[in-house]
Design a protein around this ligand. Structure first.
Ligand code: PLP
Length: 427
């Protein structure tokens, strides 16, 4: 019944036809397009119910058992469940589930661990880092001092596209950062947390892993855990973890946990989004089920199949493949004239949604770019397995090869629609 109400938007269509119409259109778009944006996913109907519930009405500033408002009893239990499930899922002692987003989680950790002007090490946005890892336009780059560490850029090297640990060590011994960040928005290789920790110990830094992208893979052991190597772990809950939009901070260190709780509230947030925290609890409960393990394994299998199929068709993928859910096509190898912007626009016309992305050492701006980022979490949620993924690789190739020709795009769009109809979403 609730699903039907959600789908029909029965209340909203009576009271606000404009918004109801747009939500309906978005539902159709999600139903009829192939979602290859690596940071997006489709939550379960259960998560959607929790997020759309009456919990949005309540102020719960504080933490379970220590609230500033009356009437928080149910919320204490909900947040305690979210925390308990998060700890179980990631095998750690402390979880703060109140961060509104991944960016807020990183901000809280900076606020907890650093003073303005402190040095931290991270990789740059153009090499696969995140805005909140020290971009000059972000608070992390304006109020703190990021020092970048590089990738191995040389395509003839066996570890091309991996982290350059020798350079990381040199950079850290020279600049003595207080914090080293690992974990990225576009990186296709397993992160060697132990190796990061040995550099952190050598230069006296704390180690922060931002597992926003790979959280689901980490939770299921498909990617190694940042614990016990990292002092603090931040994540989003809406990417491979397949929960509602939000953030979370994890640690095993009691003292750091206290500092982090204070940095989230009252440090940089007011009332927690309790409907989102309930959605997180539901998603964590789902992620603890054996089926989620299968799901995460399939995400990686699908990504490897997609990367191998595209490479067999002559495309260049940064680091020559993938170990996780994401890959970055370097279009300069296909055609110097081709930009990520152009290709993503052609693909969108064909019903394939993927984002343009800078490639390492890109000469084009972030609005144009020379790369295309592709990820398999959302298609895997739809039920796609190897045969459908190979079909998708063929469709991507057809669109790119056609140079954006209208007939090719129309033909591909027909196939996209029929694939989508065979694998409907759950709502
Ligand atoms: C997505 C992402 C974030 C930010 O998440 P938001 O919820 O969009 O704020 C932070 N770090 C990394 C590495 C990410 O990929």
């Amino acid at each position: 019944m609730v699903q039907a109400a959600l789908k029909n938007l029965s209340y909203l269509s009576e009271t606000d036809a404009e918004i109801a119409k747009l939500i309906g259109a978005e539902q159709q778009r999600q139903e009829n397009t192939l979602e290859l944006i690596a940071s997006e996913n489709h939550v379960s109907p259960a998560v959607l119910e929790a997020v759309g519930s009456c919990l949005t009405n309540k102020y719960c500033e504080g933490y379970p058992g220590k609230r500033y408002y009356s009437g928080c009893g149910n919320y204490d239990e909900i947040e305690a469940l979210a925390i308990g499930r998060a700890r179980k899922l990631f095998g750690c002692n402390y979880a703060n589930v109140q961060s509104h987003s991944g960016a807020n989680a990183n901000l809280a950790v900076f606020f907890a661990l650093l003073e303005p002007g402190d040095v931290f090490a991270s990789i740059e946005l153009s090499d696969g880092g995140h805005l909140t890892h020290g971009s000059p336009v972000n608070l992390s780059g304006k109020w703190f001092k990021p020092v970048p560490y590089p990738l191995i850029y040389d395509e003839s090297q066996p570890n091309y596209g991996h982290i350059d640990f020798d350079a990381l060590r040199r950079v850290c011994l020279e600049h003595r950062p207080k914090l080293i960040m690992c974990g990225y928005s576009v990186h296709s290789r397993i992160i060697d947390f132990a190796q990061f920790r040995s550099v952190a110990d050598e230069c006296g830094a704390l180690l922060l892993a931002d597992i926003a992208h790979i959280a689901g893979l980490v939770a299921t052991g498909v990617h190694p855990s940042p614990f016990p190597h990292c002092h603090v772990v931040t994540t989003t809950t809406h990417k491979t973890l397949r929960g509602p939009r939000g953030g979370m901070i994890l640690t095993n260190d009691e003292k750091l946990a206290t500092q982090i709780d204070k940095a989230v509230f009252p440090g940089n947030q007011g009332g927690p989004l309790m409907h989102a925290i309930a959605g997180k609890a539901v998603a964590f409960g789902e992620a603890l089920q054996p089926a989620f393990n299968e799901y995460c394994r399939q995400i990686v299998t699908n990504a490897i199949v997609l990367a191998e199929d595209l490479m067999a068709r002559g495309y260049h993928i940064v680091s020559n493949g993938t170990d996780n859910h994401v890959m970055l096509l370097d279009l300069r190898h296909t055609d110097q004239e081709l930009s990520g912007h152009t290709v993503s626009t052609w693909l969108e016309s064909a019903g394939i949604i993927a984002n343009k992305n800078t490639v390492p050492r890109d000469s084009r701006s972030p609005f144009v770019t020379s790369g295309l980022r592709l990820g398999t979490p959302a298609l895997t949620t739809r039920g796609f397995k190897e045969p459908q993924i190979r079909h998708v690789a063929g469709l991507l190739d057809r669109v790119i090869n056609s140079g954006g020709h209208v007939d090719a795009i129309a033909e591909v769009n027909d196939q996209v629609k029929s694939l989508c109809a065979q694998f409907p979403l759950a709502y």
